[in-house]
Design a protein around this ligand. Structure first.
Ligand code: SAH
Length: 245
């Protein structure tokens, strides 16, 4: 029952206000859930938690998170919680997404150049990245999710987002070199292909195994002097897997 997707117009379907230029068919429209106010509240919470990059905050206001989650979960879209997106995968908590985007942008003036995202999932973070980067290449290994993201992003018309179906462990050489690479899934180590495809002066932000089921967030900076690793706080992401599904 909880997973059932009510059709638009169904009596007990959650209602969402229509937003200019980004209406998506299949999502019920109407009055009731004041999403701009909810996003503002999410923003205040994120600011109180220490998110301060105005570019990241602006992107979080611009992108409607509720359009990326299942209809049954829209009323949780602006809570500080991770949410299931199907195929056993999850969309990260807003504060984790904001933290990673801030780290990715650290020191950048204006937009980043080309960015690679490994793990498109539902496409939410790719939409955020479209506001922060010149070009976004986002790769997903689960065909169903790749197609779902395509559907979610279609009505947003983001010409700088390129969705790819493939194994992100190999990166995406055709788009390289990247100013930044961000991963939403954690492996045993950061694949060498990502480091190879990173531009000098670029940064990787990714979760990585810290032994057993533990994961930490890591930063890899590629400088003219070499590679610099920084280990940050514990995190919990879905596993980085090789091959297609
Ligand atoms: N950024 C996403 C989060 C998705 S969860 C969003 O905003 O929704 C992480 C995703 O990484 C999952 O969809 C999972 O299938 C994907 N993933 C895991 N290993 C991968 C790989 N090797 N290549 C591409 N995607 C991968």
């Amino acid at each position: 029952m909880a997973a059932a997707k009510p059709a638009a117009g169904q009596p007990n379907a959650p209602v969402i206000p229509r937003m200019g230029g980004s209406a998506k068919s299949g999502v019920p429209q109407g009055l009731g859930l004041d999403s701009p106010a909810l996003r503002q509240r999410m923003l205040q919470r994120l600011a109180a938690q220490g998110v301060s990059d105005p570019h990241v905050l602006a992107a979080l206001v611009a992108v409607e998170r509720h359009r990326f989650v299942d209809t049954a979960l829209v009323n949780q879209a602006y809570e500080d919680t991770s949410l299931p997106i199907g195929w056993g995968q999850t969309i990260s908590k807003p504060n984790v997404v904001a933290r990673m985007l801030e780290l990715l942008r650290q020191g950048a003036v204006g937009r980043l150049g080309r960015v690679l995202e490994v793990g498109t999932g539902c496409g939410y973070q790719a939409a955020l990245l479209s506001h922060l980067a010149g070009e976004v290449y986002s790769i997903e290994r689960i065909r169903g999710l790749h197609e779902r993201a395509r559907g979610n992003l279609r009505s947003l018309r983001l010409p700088n987002v390129h969705l790819l179906f493939g194994d992100g462990m190999l990166g995406f050489a055709k788009g390289a070199p990247y100013a930044a690479i961000i991963a939403a899934a954690g492996g045993e180590s950061v694949p060498q292909s990502w480091i190879d495809q990173l531009a000098v002066g670029g940064r990787i932000v990714a979760p990585m195994s810290a032994g057993g089921s533990k994961q930490v967030l890591v930063i890899i900076d590629k400088t003219a002097q070499g590679i610099q690793h920084t280990v940050l706080e514990p995190v919990q992401f879905v596993p980085l897997k090789s091959g297609l599904a």
